[in-house]
Design a binder for this molecule. Structure first.
Ligand SMILES: *Cc1c(COP(=O)(O)O)cnc(C)c1O
Ligand code: SF4
Length: 349
């Protein structure tokens, strides 16, 4: 329980002035934050606000959601489109980089905006939603490509769409025989759990396809009882859940926090899937770790927590060249390293 619980349900904070009124930023910071707001979307839902310890700039939830002037600092290696979405987008709303799966982005809007968002140059910008005509063209593209086995709804956050709109999309996908799996990547169960209603769950179920939901969460405090209950509504309805986490400096880059987060997922019946190395999104260098730091953290997990709690540490190669595992190597020429760092001989070849 924090001081902010009294503000629930309340409304989403959307401007630097809102943040100052809620005591999250100092009034003297407002001019700098207006410059940030002119570039990148800001939103903090009541559920996200309730997790923030007011007055603590180092708070791991504040670091994820409360903007700072550090976002105006661009590192030379940073890219407007770090994962190369535009180079692999055959029609608006579709990214087709791997032969058997596409991203379908029906919305560019999120409930709470992450300060490290890898799509921050497009997410939260413009009116946000794919037009009816563009959605028709995107669905037609999927229907015309029989190699597409899986459709991944992302964005933006697909669960921000109304159950009626989600149902309409699921019905369109239901009509495409070669699509067998629909996956949704979302933060909604943690940032706006009340949206996970019976109507929303029913909308996801109605395609008859295998439907998976991947929850994006980065700190164990995000897995509140309310968030866990929202996930349980999906899982109990037969929707398996996976996790994705972004490795973030000052948020989850220590062994205890990372282990607690992964255990929290597994306790909630969510299988840890990916731990993403921080993408080279503009103005996010203050939140990025090095690959070596990430590898040491992942090696520590392997030695200390259940195999169920071990995600794959991945890097999305800048320029749109795909994701690859970047965890520590255990095998070298003639030697294998055990989970506690000791080496043992193993035959070559
Ligand atoms: C991340 C991503 C996927 C999904 O990759 P998985 O390894 O299957 O989770 C698919 N398409 C694009 C363009 C992606 O960036
Ligand atoms: S939920 Fe995903 S798309 Fe939305 S702001 Fe966060 S990282 Fe970006």
């Amino acid at each position: 329980m924090t001081a902010h619980d009294t503000t629930l349900p309340g409304s989403t904070l959307r401007s630097p002035a809102d943040l100052a009124a809620a005591g999250l930023v100092a009034p003297v910071a407002l001019p700098g934050l207006e410059a940030v707001a002119a570039r990148y979307a800001i939103a903090i839902t009541p559920a996200s606000l309730a997790l923030i310890e007011p007055g603590d700039a180092a708070d791991p939830i504040a670091r994820q959601f409360v903007p700072t002037e550090a976002e105006l600092v661009m590192a030379p290696e940073e890219l407007a489109d770090p994962v190369g979405d535009t180079t692999h987008s055959p029609v608006e709303g579709i990214v087709h980089r791997y032969p058997d799966r596409v991203l379908l982005m029906a919305t560019h809007t999120c409930a709470t905006y992450c300060r490290f968002c890898f799509r921050r140059e497009s997410v939260g910008q413009g009116d946000g939603t794919l037009s009816a005509g563009a959605l028709d063209a995107a669905i037609a593209y999927i229907a015309a490509h029989p190699a597409i086995w899986e459709v991944i709804l992302t964005g933006g956050d697909p669960l921000i769409l109304s159950p009626r709109r989600l149902a309409a999309i699921m019905d369109r996908l239901a009509g495409i025989e070669h699509v067998k799996v629909v996956r949704l990547h979302t933060r909604i169960p943690a940032v706006e759990p009340e949206r996970v209603s019976d109507a929303l769950v029913a909308a996801l179920k109605r395609s008859g396809k295998a439907v998976y939901v991947a929850l994006h969460a980065n700190h164990p405090r995000e897995l509140t009882p309310t968030a866990r209950a929202a996930c349980a509504r999906l899982i109990d309805a037969g929707v398996p859940m996976l996790s994705q986490t972004v490795l973030l400096k000052g948020v989850n880059d220590d062994p205890q926090t990372l282990a607690a987060l992964m255990r929290g997922f597994v306790e909630s019946r969510i299988k840890p899937y990916y731990l993403h190395h921080g993408d080279l999104a503009p103005g996010t260098s203050h939140l990025r770790t090095t690959l070596a730091e990430g590898q040491a953290l992942v090696a520590g997990l392997r030695g200390h927590v259940s195999g169920l709690c071990n995600p794959t540490y991945v890097l999305d190669i800048p320029g749109g060249h795909g994701k690859v595992p970047v965890g520590p190597a255990y095998i070298s020429d003639g030697e294998v390293t055990d989970p506690w760092g000791r080496t043992h001989p193993y035959p070559r070849g």
